[in-house]
Write a protein that binds this ligand. Structure first.
Ligand SMILES: N[C@@H](CCC(=O)N[C@@H](CS)C(=O)NCC(=O)O)C(=O)O
Length: 273
């Protein structure tokens, strides 16, 4: 797994195989939180944005769907519960969802609060999760008919091996089976449009969903990746996957929200990954 240290204010040292960091000013040693995520996943992205927004350093390791799951289960000794990423190990505990990582960012970071305790933030986060769940199924269904996208969906090391597309198809079937939604195929876009219309009404021309910036903006802006992917260099996405992630009808109908997302990412220091 690729390790990367997201580090602005810390220098990394390794003691007895454990990564610790030393604050440059006090010399105090603590273990950095360690996040596992899927770099192109909006769930992972909103967590990384929340940590960056609150100025928190962390280590990041890439997680490969299906392949990394058993290693992670062994590492966490977690055998039966469902296991998704992002997840983050801190000195005290393991955080198993993007929401919990947002709460951690709120509690431990500095700067403008993410307002995680505000019920409106929970509402918008749930709505953004629903958009992502519908989008995941739509993308999984359409990728099956796109040979280049199927190949691009594989981890780079597997992209050129014979039978790669067959492995990718298994990955797609895994997604469809693991994350089903209670919505018919031909209703996915319409249901997403209803949720996006709610976002539009919530914004009502304002810059933020609440009175001030909050996690609600980060969550909703991130989920628009499944309507129209952001410019390259913000959320990493192989160019052969753009056409299946983008949804032309929604992208045209919600052009205003996509522009709001771009502006919000600029305003609220969305990290370039
Ligand atoms: N409620 C969770 C949902 C995250 C989620 O659905 N993650 C999926 C992204 S596709 C995942 O981990 N997939 C990898 C797998 O199932 O192996 C959160 O907010 O963190």
């Amino acid at each position: 797994m690729k390790n990367q240290l997201i580090c602005e204010h810390w220098c990394e040292t390794v003691v007895a195989g454990i990564v610790v960091e030393t604050t440059l000013d006090t010399g105090k040693q603590v273990q950095l939180p360690h996040m596992f995520g899927i770099s192109y996943s909006p769930w992972t992205y909103k967590s990384r944005w929340a940590l960056a927004n609150r100025g928190l350093a962390y280590r990041y390791s890439e997680y490969t769907p299906m392949i990394s799951k058993w290693m992670m289960r062994m590492r966490l000794r977690c055998w039966s519960e469902s296991l998704t990423v992002p997840l983050m190990m801190t000195e005290q505990e393991t955080l198993f969802s993007s929401w919990d990582i947002g709460v951690f960012a709120e509690q431990h970071g500095t700067g403008n609060p993410l307002q995680m305790a505000d019920p409106r933030v929970q509402h918008w986060n749930r709505l953004s999760d629903r958009i992502l769940e519908l989008g995941r199924i739509r993308i999984s269904l359409s990728i099956r008919h796109e040979p280049n996208a199927l190949k691009a969906a594989l981890p780079s090391g597997l992209r050129w091996i014979p039978g790669g597309r067959m492995i990718a198809r298994q990955g797609v079937n895994y997604m469809l089976k693991t994350y089903p939604v209670d919505v018919a195929e031909d209703q996915l876009i319409e249901q997403t449009a209803t949720l996006l219309a709610e976002v539009r009404a919530g914004l009502a021309g304002k810059p933020y969903l609440l009175e001030q910036p909050s996690y609600a903006d980060l969550a909703v802006a991130s989920c628009l990746q499944m309507v129209r992917p952001v410019a390259a260099g913000i959320i990493p996405l192989n160019s052969d996957l753009h056409s299946v992630w983008a949804e032309s009808t929604l992208s045209a109908s919600f052009d205003d929200l996509c522009h709001w997302r771009d502006e919000t990412m600029r305003e609220l220091n969305a990290p370039l990954l």
